[in-house]
Design a protein around this ligand. Sequence first.
Ligand SMILES: Nc1ncnc2c1ncn2[C@@H]1O[C@H](COP(=O)(O)OP(=O)(O)OP(=O)(O)O)[C@@H](O)[C@H]1O
Ligand code: NI
Length: 388
Amino acid sequence: MSSEPLLRVENLKTQFFTEEGTVRAVDGISFEVREGEIVGLVGESGAGKSVASMSIMGLVESPGEIVGGEITYKGETLFGLEEGPDGDLQERDDMLSSEEIRTRIRGNEIAVIFQDPMESLNPVFTVGGQLREFIELNRGLSEDEARAEAIDMLREVGIPDPEERYDEYPHQFSGGMRQRVLIAMALACEPSLIIADEPTTALDVTVEGQILDLVDDLQEKYGTSFIWVTHDLGVVAEICDRVNVMYLGEIVEKATVDDLFYDTKHPYTNALLNSIPRPDRTVTELEAIEGVMPEAISPPSGCRFHPRCPDAREVCKRAHPDVKVVADGDGEPHQAACVKHDAFDAGYDQSPSLEGVAVDAGPAAAQEPESELTANPAGDDSGGENRE
Ligand SMILES: Nc1ncnc2c1ncn2[C@@H]1O[C@H](COP(=O)(O)OP(=O)(O)OP(=O)(O)O)[C@@H](O)[C@H]1O
Ligand code: NI
């Protein structure tokens, strides 16, 4: 395995500057995608999964902005900052221009599949026509060659009778079939990386299963890497190799799929696991996660999950943990951001428990960040676990 991953995201921060305040949508996440692997990005609604994906694609729009970190793809800098002559941060010289990202990277190197195919497909053109045009433009093929390729791709993603279906319109396709078309479109330029943002969420379970099987097959055949965005750990279990669990703009646990499921290290991941249906449990036994995720404008102090965490203690209100290696894992370090692990040495064991925290955690419990936008001030003396 080569040492340089396909994609490397380092301490990425993306914020939205709104009238209500600064939304710290992605707040210092780091992860990598290696060649040929499917990496999960999982978390509840609002965790920052889509904003992270858009940041990688260079598609964050005003009032949003990447304000920190670095994104490298195949050794090229998609985003990077450095200190300028006046001391302010400025974009680095070696950073690809938005023109280069648009023409050379997006679609050709990194493709996206979104949740709603109707947003990506134009209802007034035929499915085949759109696919053909996309292939023609991006791969410089003649119209006839592109048509033949489009039909091949439709067959490849499991559209029956692709010659006939080629001339049909998006509304004549079922939701699952439309999603297959988007997969065909994403694969058409043979990108090295596909970012799939909840592409199966709107589908029923059977169709979802079929699409996941298809992706698994195609992944093997083409060797494409994927970032698979989902709120569903069941989906993660089915197709991912490694997983990053996000909570309120941060990654709180990273591990291989097996380690994540069988040796869970973060209470939030545990809560997510308890909230997914499993064949060995009846529906009445399912636990919803207590409380709601607070706003990314004023995240709770300390560990952002502490107001909802069954394991929370006093120290969790103060110490902000970054992810750290907490176990060897199965050939891959297992990282978690929770001070209950020895690796943090934050005094968790001696710390008094928080009374009734998981019972009435909710908006009220989340309303007490120590200071609005700097919940983790530098120089905090809480054990050196703080960022920066
Ligand atoms: N254009 C925007 N303006 C202001 N805030 C935004 C904007 N887009 C996203 N956000 C905020 O950024 C945070 C992260 O949103 P994001 O869409 O990435 O969540 P997500 O994990 O993808 O959730 P979901 O599962 O619902 O898609 C949220 O607090 C959201 O409100
Ligand atoms: Ni999203």
